[in-house]
Design a binder for this molecule. Structure first.
Ligand SMILES: Cc1cc2nc3c(=O)[nH]c(=O)nc-3n(C[C@H](O)[C@H](O)[C@H](O)COP(=O)(O)O)c2cc1C
Length: 403
């Protein structure tokens, strides 16, 4: 036998994949791989806006580190032939315990932006949260996603504008509002400070050079219609460009006097469930119960606001013990793997929420990148449940984690 024939008998040649996106995504085995690809593809300022956190980024890194530190106590020989990760959230079914977190300015990672993420979320059957500072409008997202979607509210001084947005969300079939309460002022994200990065991005010499080094992003960016805060009426001039930078918008428009009394106001103008996002201690979780909200998201805004804030995963058990069944608890921050979601649920959360995970997918491969990361998270939840010996979410409890 000739050399080639011998080789052929033991090696099978892979088919050549011609689609560059498929090829790129096939090499990404996890969220961190997608992050590395996004880092290569996106201009530095854009990547750092997504990836970075406040000040020393202690909270940013602790969010993931605290999840990774948790050790399982797996049970074996429990017949995991059929594993079912489905659950319920706000009284409705969820195929696996994940919700996509709201992220502002999503079109910076990919021209389709929020539409790409909302389509992928619908395909996975999980809720998508649209940010007040989204770059696709409430109506645009509703037009392409007929399933569960939530609208995240930042509260401006002008309550008329806030009510107008909430009315639009109601008219467009959004299921719940998410009131984010950890952004009285904008956290200091020092990567953005160092790069002079602003939203919307200002074009300087460094931006141009960066653009040349990331030609495909730059080409997409210049071809697409200009990026605006699509939901912020009254701030967008007639030419469609965004008049204000994010930091001046937050400082001028956000209502620093927001308080628990305003939750009653939300109740009076919104018929559906209310989720408070940004609860960071047991006492505030109890007050949320007193105000009758349906759910809270334990969150430090992905480490982008107060540095040295507590990590959400470490709050799950004490908060769930304090609030019982009075409201549902969502754990938001640091989720990179299916096993992170399983840990949050085992501690008592109803679901986890993820932001950067899908943004890395979006930056790495557009809509298909988001599909890829959601498929990995779903499969990761199922695999982890099988390996810890839990057939369904009711079998996921604290006994499966080392104390
Ligand atoms: C680029 C980016 C933009 C964000 N924009 C918003 C926003 O507009 N509103 C909001 O409530 N949270 C926002 N967040 C916070 C996320 O909703 C979520 O709390 C956070 O991403 C969770 O941490 P993770 O990225 O580790 O999953 C943003 C996060 C990122 C990374």
């Amino acid at each position: 036998m000739g050399m080639l024939a011998t080789l052929r008998s033991v090696v099978q040649f892979r088919e050549v994949e011609l689609d560059p996106v498929v090829r790129r995504l096939a090499r990404a085995a996890n969220t961190d791989d997608l992050r590395a690809i996004a880092k290569r593809r996106l201009p530095g300022g854009v990547f750092d806006y997504i990836d970075g956190g406040a000040e020393d980024e202690v909270t940013l890194s602790e969010n993931t580190a605290a999840l990774r530190r948790l050790e399982f106590r797996p049970r074996v020989l429990r017949d995991v032939d059929v594993v079912d990760p489905s659950t319920t959230l706000l009284g409705r079914p969820l195929p696996f315990p994940l919700v996509l977190a709201p992220t502002g300015f999503t079109r910076i990672a990919d021209p389709e932006g929020e539409l790409a993420v909302a389509r992928a979320a619908e395909r996975s059957g999980i809720p998508y949260s649209l940010s007040t500072l989204g770059t696709r409008s409430i109506e645009e997202v509703a037009a392409i996603n007929g399933s569960r979607k939530w609208f995240q509210v930042y509260v401006w001084k002008d309550r008329g504008l806030v009510k107008e947005m909430i009315d639009r969300a109601a008219a467009s079939g959004y299921e719940a509002i998410v009131v984010t309460v950890d952004l009285a002022v904008l956290g200091r994200r020092e990567r953005d400070v160092r790069r002079g990065f602003t939203l919307p991005p200002k074009i300087g010499l460094d931006t141009l050079l960066d653009g040349v080094r990331h030609p495909s992003w730059t080409w997409d960016f210049v071809r697409a219609e200009p990026i605006t805060f699509a939901n912020v009426t009254g701030l967008t001039p007639a030419d469609g460009t965004t008049a204000v930078s994010l930091s001046s918008h937050v400082n001028d428009q956000f209502d620093q006097s927001l308080s628990w009394a305003d939750i009653e106001w939300f109740r009076s103008i919104w018929n559906g469930p209310i989720i408070i996002k940004g609860i960071q201690c047991v006492e505030d979780a109890r007050i949320a119960v007193d105000h009758g909200v349906e759910a809270i998201a334990l969150s430090n805004h992905g480490g982008r606001q107060l540095d040295s804030a507590p990590t959400p995963i470490e709050l799950v058990a004490p908060v769930v013990d304090a609030v019982g069944d009075a409201l549902e608890v969502i754990c938001d921050g640091g989720v990179r793997r299916g096993s992170d979601i399983v840990k949050a649920v085992a501690l008592g959360a109803k679901a986890a929420m993820a932001g950067r995970a899908y943004l890395y997918g979006l930056g790495a491969g557009g809509e298909r990148g988001v599909d890829h990361v959601l498929a990995m998270l779903d499969a990761g939840v199922r695999r982890t449940m099988a390996l810890v010996g839990a057939r369904n979410v009711s079998e996921l409890d604290r006994s499966l984690l080392k104390r």
